[in-house]
Design a protein around this ligand. Structure first.
Ligand SMILES: [Zn+2]
Ligand SMILES: [Zn+2]
Length: 345
């Protein structure tokens, strides 16, 4: 092989430079998809390594992080703007940016919340079908100890705005070594939560009642406050706070196409019932409880909606004469399934 002379070498180098220039200036037209993809990959890698080792995802989020700065910018602009002619325009722009920022933040929070619910659901073998719903928000989770009949057992507790999920550990999954659980979920609207001895709290629910041991009194108080806040919110939304001792005036059927508690539509099969304490129209599954209401009948148990079941215990605490046949708190919230379901209305 013949090596090029010095003059030829210069010529080749010059040609190479020209070619390079040609290539760079025509990148868009000449690159195939695969080549472009390679270039994009290299660019992304470069970005990732130059931006103080940040992951690409964190770079993508940057435009979102800028949004609060737009608000700041326009707030300052409005403050220092001396031009009366555009004052109105600046104010309107600022309020529009604020509104859009709030909407965006809410959408991000909703998305994060759904992701959290999906993650919880993935870890639960027997996750209920309706665990992931947009209105359900995670308030707190943590490990507590459940006082069981035989042994005390660790439980993972998830407090949502509408329910309490308690999960028992069953092992790590082989695929991704995630901790897996079996779980039960309790609607908070039928719950009572009380403080027990120093570190404990007592959960009374429609299906089951139990005592949970917390790490400290501070931890217990935090759980207790959060759970009761959610229970109170649910009651405020649905029903009047004060309970009547006289039989109520029944709400009209036609004014209530849906159950006031679960919002299920009434049909031929899902029939309307009336709570004998508040008079609201509810469905059968929201009124499992039956109790003696002395003002109505001394011996026959009456249908109560789930909310009144909770309130009724509190009323009884201050005035036992209202009518109560069982003296045990745990029993007060255990449901008595009515046998005469069809004869109600
Ligand atoms: Zn219902
Ligand atoms: Zn009621």
């Amino acid at each position: 092989m013949k090596f090029p002379s010095g003059h030829q070498k210069n010529k080749i180098q010059q040609k190479g430079k020209n070619l390079l220039f040609f290539k760079l200036s025509n990148t868009v037209q000449y690159k195939s998809f695969e080549e472009k993809n390679e270039i994009l990959k290299a660019k992304m890698l470069q970005l990732q390594t130059t931006a103080s080792n940040q992951m690409l995802q964190s770079l993508i989020i940057m435009p979102v992080q800028r949004v609060p700065r737009y608000t700041l910018f326009f707030a300052n602009y409005a403050k220092f703007n001396k031009n009366e002619r555009i004052k109105d325009l600046v104010e309107r722009t600022l309020s529009l940016i604020k509104e859009k920022t709030a909407q965006m933040n809410a959408a991000i929070a909703d998305h994060d919340n759904m992701e959290t619910l999906r993650e919880i659901s993935r870890q639960i073998l027997n996750a209920p079908d309706d665990l992931i719903i947009p209105t359900r928000k995670l308030i707190k989770d943590g490990n507590l100890v459940k006082l069981c009949r035989k042994d005390d057992k660790p439980r993972k507790i998830y407090l949502f705005n509408d329910s309490l999920l308690y999960a028992s550990f069953i092992g790590d999954s082989k695929e991704d070594s995630k901790t897996m659980f079996n779980a039960k979920i309790y609607a908070l609207k039928g719950c009572i939560c009380n403080a027990k001895s120093t570190n404990q709290l007592e959960m009374l629910t429609n299906q089951k009642s139990f005592i949970l041991d917390c790490a400290s009194q501070q931890d217990r108080d935090e759980w207790l406050n959060l759970i009761n806040q959610q229970i109170d919110k649910l009651k405020d939304n649905v029903m009047q706070k004060s309970l009547v001792k006289a039989a109520p005036i029944w709400d009209q059927d036609h004014a209530n196409p849906n159950c006031i508690l679960c919002n299920d539509k009434f049909t031929f099969l899902n029939r309307r019932h009336h709570c004998r304490l508040c008079g609201k129209v509810i469905c059968g599954k929201c009124s499992y409880g039956k109790w003696i209401l002395k003002n109505i009948n001394e011996s026959a148990k009456q249908r109560l909606c789930d909310v009144c079941m909770v309130g009724f215990d509190k009323e009884w605490e201050t005035n036992p004469s209202v009518g109560k046949i069982m003296g045990n708190w745990a029993q007060t919230v255990n449901p008595i399934i009515p046998s005469d379901e069809s004869s109600d209305e």
